[in-house]
Design a protein around this ligand. Structure first.
Ligand code: HEC
Ligand code: HEC
Length: 168
């Protein structure tokens, strides 16, 4: 825990202004191995626990793929996701914003379909999201250069075939 706080702290100092660590980065090897093989290992702090549980309970029908794991792995991953889910990480800006964007009985099916994520990405041209170098909004790392460090800032976005995000 101490180490994590230190890393988070030094990263926020290192990247001045907008480039702050705003989601707790993934720090679990089993999670990276099992849930980072087909796509970026999404930080647990990007969804509330009810959404993780819904997803974990339907892993054999995971966005058209079979992502099921054995019982021991299931228990371990579920615990990790629940212990680090968005509502338990409200000191991180993005986790807090995601939780606050959901109505109390709303259980999102994915990160990219939460109201907060939809709002944040509404100004991007559709062709830039669906192009083959990106494929969809689910592919965070295609545009967010420092996603693995828990940094999601409009200032370090680099969209394939477009470049840096122009705020104006
Ligand atoms: C066999 C491949 C595979 C594995 C293993 C896998 N996923 Fe996925 N996952 C997918 C696919 C396919 C999608 C849909 C988006 C895409 O095409 O990448 C997806 C989407 C997601 C999304 C939604 C992204 C968004 O749009 O917000 C989350 C969250 C997610 N996976 C979590 C997990 C977790 C947690 C695990 C481990 C238990 C896992 N995935 C393991 C294939 C996989
Ligand atoms: C097609 C490229 C692209 C993909 C894919 C993408 N983003 Fe973004 N994201 C952007 C751009 C561009 C912005 C800035 C939009 C704006 O300011 O209007 C942004 C903004 C954000 C912000 C707000 C940043 C800020 O400074 O306010 C967050 C948080 C975020 N994205 C998270 C994610 C996550 C999590 C994923 C994956 C589930 C993702 N993004 C996928 C391009 C992308």
């Amino acid at each position: 825990m101490k180490k994590l706080i230190f890393l988070t702290f030094s990263a926020s100092v290192l990247f001045a202004s907008g480039l702050k660590v705003t989601v707790a980065p993934v720090n679990n090897e089993l999670y990276i191995k099992e849930c980072g093989s087909c796509h970026f290992a999404y930080p647990a702090g990007l969804l509330p626990s009810n959404a993780w549980n819904k997803m974990m309970n339907d892993l054999d029908n995971h966005f058209g793929d079979n992502a099921s794991v054995d019982e021991k792995t299931f228990q371990s991953l579920s615990k990790y996701l629940n212990d680090n889910s968005a509502e338990k990480n409200m000191n991180y800006k993005r986790s807090k914003k995601i939780v606050e964007s959901l109505t109390s009985n709303e259980i999102p099916d994915s990160i990219s379909t939460t109201p907060y994520m939809k709002k944040k990405h509404k100004e991007i041209k559709k062709e830039l999201i669906t192009q083959k170098e990106v494929k969809g909004l689910f592919n965070c790392t295609a545009c967010h250069q420092n996603a693995k460090k828990g940094i999601f800032s409009e200032e370090d976005v680099d969209i394939p075939n477009y470049g840096k995000w122009d705020k104006d």
